[in-house]
Design a protein around this ligand. Structure first.
Ligand code: IPM
Ligand code: MG
Length: 363
């Protein structure tokens, strides 16, 4: 297969970890006789510094033409001024919106070899294997108005708008129901909302309830978001597929990430309706960890979250399931062989590129 992949490395550790993911994809291409062409573009703070825009048009046009987009991370202290008119995060939100990536899939698996790196007790971690489906292009992140107003008394009022349309709710719920019904999952769907308080959540719950009749093999459960936050640490193995709106999904996936022992391990895939030249969804693939400016440039970042994101890219945007599994198994082997970066073990930690070598050796 010939595939065209746009790489937007972004800021902080973004360039370091995407470099390793590209190496992994090149190794897969060699092994399975594919040709992957990589094209690098700017996003986030790096793009602001170079062009004044967090998402230059050139980047967006390239992404729209690609088969898939691999992203590192955006943001950093130098662009954090609350008064700033343009922020690195605008680049990320902008590309998600422009590519209509309404579904963000964040799989959470605990590797038994790493259980001791988790802040939770081992018996709680047994059998943890779930996936969070986060709505990504609606809700508080995008609702209008989103502004500040000066009141007549001279004070300031800030406004964000939480708005969800029925069709936005339906398409993300449908995707989650289909995933829960698929052979790779266990047929359980937890829909997380705040229906005791929010009108958007009441509509969400209603739509989930009515869609459920089309998926008789799926057991649907509604969970309030505060309860869900608690259950994620009390009994995370009860979850199979979790579906939730944008902001709740943002918060719960950071919580879920630490179950595995390190944020550095978790990948994500953002998918939507646009099809690529292969007829698969044009997706955006990124680790969930962020730009980690404190360790940027030191060569110690964990590349696994991005390498596993590359595996999701192979699976969802290129339809290369076997290749995806091969890369995922190589990560497991490297971990089983004791390969560790500093976030999961301070002793005998490998550098970012050494960790990748361990993974590629296990291919
Ligand atoms: C994430 C990140 C982003 C989000 C930030 C960087 C805007 O936290 O992907 O979870 O909130 O969506
Ligand atoms: Mg987040």
């Amino acid at each position: 297969m010939n595939a065209h992949i746009v790489v937007v490395a972004g800021d902080g550790i973004g360039p370091e970890v995407t470099h390793e993911a590209v190496r992994s994809l090149e190794a897969i291409a060699t092994r399975f006789q594919h040709t992957f062409v990589f094209e690098h573009h700017l996003i986030g703070g790096a793009a602001i510094d170079a062009t004044g825009s967090a998402l230059p048009n050139e980047t967006l046009q390239a992404a729209l033409k690609a088969d898939a987009v691999l992203l590192g991370a955006v943001g950093g202290p130098q662009w954090d001024n609350p008064q700033a008119l343009i922020r690195p995060e605008d680049g990320l939100l902008g590309i998600r919106k422009a590519l209509q990536l309404y579904a963000n899939l964040r799989p959470v698996r605990v590797y038994t070899q790493l259980a001791e790196a988790s802040p939770l007790k081992q018996h709680i971690l047994a059998g943890v294997d779930f996936i969070v489906v986060r709505e990504l292009t609606g809700g508080l992140y995008f609702g209008q108005p989103k502004e500040r107003r000066i009141r007549s008394d001279g004070g300031i009022t800030a406004i964000d708008t939480l708005e969800y349309h029925d069709y936005e709710i339906d398409r993300i719920l449908q995707l989650a129901f289909e995933l829960a019904a698929s052979p790779s999952r266990r047929g359980m769907l937890a829909s997380v909302d705040k229906a005791n308080v929010l009108e958007t959540s009441r509509l969400w719950r209603e739509r989930a309830q009515s869609l459920a009749q089309h998926y008789p093999s799926v057991t649907l459960q509604h969970i309030l978001v505060d309860t869900a936050a608690m259950r994620l640490v009390m009994s995370p193995s009860q979850f199979d597929v979790i579906v939730t709106e944008n902001t709740f999904g943002d918060i719960l996936t950071d919580e879920a990430a630490v179950l595995t022992g390190s944020m550095g391990l978790l990948p994500s895939a953002s998918l939507g309706q646009i099809r690529n030249s292969k007829g698969f969804p044009l997706g955006l693939y990124e680790p969930i960890h962020g730009s980690a400016p404190d360790i940027a440039g030191k060569g110690i970042a964990n590349p696994i979250g991005t390498i596993l994101s590359a595996a999701l890219l192979l699976r969802y945007s290129l339809g290369l399931e076997h290749e995806a599994q091969t890369l995922e198994h190589a990560v497991e082997h490297a971990l089983a062989n004791g390969a560790r970066t500093v976030d999961i073990s301070a002793a005998h930690a490998l550098s970012t590129s050494q960790m990748t070598e361990e993974i590629l050796n296990a291919l």
